[in-house]
Design a protein around this ligand. Structure first.
Ligand SMILES: *[C@@H]1O[C@H](CO)[C@@H](O)[C@H](O)[C@H]1NC(C)=O
Ligand SMILES: *[C@@H]1O[C@H](CO)[C@@H](O)[C@H](O)[C@H]1NC(C)=O
Ligand SMILES: *[C@@H]1O[C@H](CO)[C@@H](O)[C@H](O)[C@H]1NC(C)=O
Ligand SMILES: *[C@@H]1O[C@H](CO)[C@@H](O)[C@H](O)[C@H]1NC(C)=O
Ligand SMILES: *[C@@H]1O[C@H](CO)[C@@H](O)[C@H](O)[C@H]1NC(C)=O
Ligand SMILES: *[C@@H]1O[C@H](CO)[C@@H](O)[C@H](O)[C@H]1NC(C)=O
Ligand SMILES: *[C@@H]1O[C@H](CO)[C@@H](O)[C@H](O)[C@H]1NC(C)=O
Length: 472
């Protein structure tokens, strides 16, 4: 109830205000000055026309009204507007073109100091006197401030000479291609073919000194790559594509020919070996597309855990092969436990005429400029009846060996009587487990696969598929 009463009061009050305001608006509309356009921009040294219309009550109850005086002004002197015709700053440069209800101001040979707000005032013989149209017209006098705007349709570019200020009279233009004036092109727009490698700029006729900045297809590069020099795995790498394009270019990075992103910068917070490759970028704006030179990123890394591959060859000799993924390529050194000097260098270590005293732990060390890594291989040579039996034991697949020991032992004794061929493994220290070489038919293939992979986990397959492991 109370709320309803209040809103009624409010509505009534609003209505009263509205009624009161009407006569004020009515009164104003008898007197007025209307400027046709505001603000106005004009070029230095050119001519500008500032038109307006005005109105006043032509009759009152007692008399006819007539206009006694019309003037344009920008400033006051002794509280009186200063008629531009008497202003020494405008001597010889202003004309009024007036009739009963309109009056146009013309200023010739514009100067930058003419930038001001211009108002029209008229004085009548009516008792109310005169009227000033306010706010007036803001005039900015400038030198041409031009930009070439580009719109593109397929292979055609449409260039438009755009001025930051709207010059009133339609000026004539001059176009430049690669700095040379183009004959016969005087319109504010110009059609060009995209990819013609040209640069274009424009000027207003008579103001050739004030040319727009040129537009052109991007000139891309040079690429910037930080760090310079060798790139280590896990380091931060920043590739930056640059161009001086106008209008601004958008960028695309490519790796080995495949697009990556649409940014000027390609930042790897922690670069990986898989990021190695050939990189380049393109810069494209409405006037064309350019491709940068390419740069090869070669991510260097320390050797991965080496994989060790053992092959028993006829005649009781064994060839140990060590390989490790590394960049730059690793060199290899073989050590035997409890022996100070290396047994061999190089990927392959041959032991000819294998005897039980060759048993022991062998270390393959892979080293490059980024680091080194060891894998251990345990070789057990047992003198059998007439055969030399070799067990190659290496320290990886520990999780898989939770099979009951008894069963494994039984297996071991059973398999000892079989002829063995080859064996290999990727190894990882500190996870010792013992495996026995045997003649599982697929062993060689599986081993080859396993030897190439850098992930020790994958050996689970190997052990599952070939039941020849055993404790010694
Ligand atoms: C005002 O000027 C108009 C037109 O010139 C004229 O007809 C009128 O008599 C003048 N009124 C007075 C009071 O001077
Ligand atoms: C423009 O330049 C690009 C690269 O600089 C070049 O491949 C192309 O052929 C040039 N096109 C013309 C029309 O000159
Ligand atoms: C990448 O390099 C560019 C140019 O060298 C630099 O301006 C930019 O800040 C760098 N960005 C990052 C994320 O480091
Ligand atoms: C890059 O710019 C060109 C020309 O302006 C445009 O056609 C293209 O769609 C832009 N590409 C992206 C990814 O913004
Ligand atoms: C190791 O033995 C293999 C097979 O017998 C042989 O081909 C190779 O040349 C030998 N390598 C070295 C370094 O002795
Ligand atoms: C292996 O490479 C490292 C690093 O490049 C080097 O210091 C070392 O002397 C090389 N060793 C052999 C045996 O070539
Ligand atoms: C690899 O093993 C050898 C022999 O025990 C040792 O001298 C070397 O320092 C080890 N290298 C690494 C990287 O552990």
């Amino acid at each position: 109830m109370r709320g309803a009463a209040m809103s009624l009061t409010a509505a009534a009050r609003g209505f009263v205000v509205f009624l009161l305001s009407v006569p004020v608006i009515q009164g104003q509309s008898d007197w007025g000055v209307t400027y046709l356009s505001t603000p106005i921009c004009a070029l230095k040294r050119s001519t500008v026309d500032i038109p307006c219309t005005y109105r006043y009550p032509s009759t009152t109850s007692h008399q006819t009204t007539g206009v006694r005086e019309r003037l344009w002004f920008t400033k006051f002197s002794n509280n009186e507007p200063v008629d531009l015709k008497t202003d020494s700053d405008y001597t010889g440069r202003v004309q009024y073109n007036c009739d009963k209800l309109s009056c146009t101001l013309r200023i010739t040979d514009l100067r930058e100091s003419d930038s001001a707000e211009y108002k029209f005032r008229f004085i009548t013989n009516h008792t109310l006197g005169g009227f000033t149209g306010s706010p007036g017209v803001t005039l900015s006098v400038t030198v041409p401030d031009l930009q070439v705007q580009v719109t593109r349709s397929w292979t055609q570019g449409e260039l438009r000479c755009h001025s930051s200020c709207n010059v009133p009279d339609n000026p004539s233009y001059v176009w430049y291609n690669n700095g040379q004036k183009m004959d016969g092109e005087t319109s504010s727009s110009l059609s060009v073919s995209v990819e013609d490698n040209g640069s274009y700029s424009c000027a207003v006729t008579g103001y050739e000194a004030y040319r727009s900045p040129p537009v052109y297809a991007p000139k891309v590069g040079p690429l910037s790559l930080t760090p310079t020099g060798e790139i280590r795995e896990n380091s931060r790498v920043n590739l930056t594509c640059s161009s001086d394009a106008n209008p601004a270019a958008n960028y695309t990075w490519y790796k080995n020919g495949k697009p990556l992103n649409g940014k000027a910068q390609l930042v790897f917070s922690s670069i990986q070996s898989s990021d190695s490759g050939q990189y380049y970028c393109t810069a494209e704006n409405q006037l064309g597309k350019r491709t940068s030179e390419s740069v090869f990123i070669d991510v260097e890394y320390a050797p991965r855990f080496p994989s060790v591959y053992a092959e028993i060859v006829e005649g009781s000799s064994v060839t140990l092969t060590c390989s490790s993924d590394a960049n730059p390529a690793a060199n290899y050194t073989w050590y035997k436990e409890n022996e100070d000097s290396p047994k061999a260098s190089g990927q392959i270590f041959n032991i000819t005429d294998v005897r039980p005293e060759h048993s022991g732990n062998y270390y393959c060390e892979a080293q490059n400029s980024r680091g080194r890594q060891n894998s251990t291989l345990n070789l057990i040579v047992v003198a059998g009846n007439s055969t030399t039996i070799m067990h190659i034991i290496w320290p990886t697949v520990v999780v898989l060996m939770l099979i009951p020991l008894l069963l494994l032992s039984l297996w071991a004794s059973w398999t000892q009587f079989r002829k063995k061929k080859t064996l290999s493994s990727t190894t990882k220290p500190h996870e010792p487990v013992e495996l026995e070489l045997d003649s599982c038919p697929d062993y060689e293939n599986i081993s080859d696969t396993a030897a190439k992979t850098e992930y020790p986990d994958e050996q689970e397959d190997l052990s599952d598929s070939c039941p020849v492991y055993g404790n010694i």
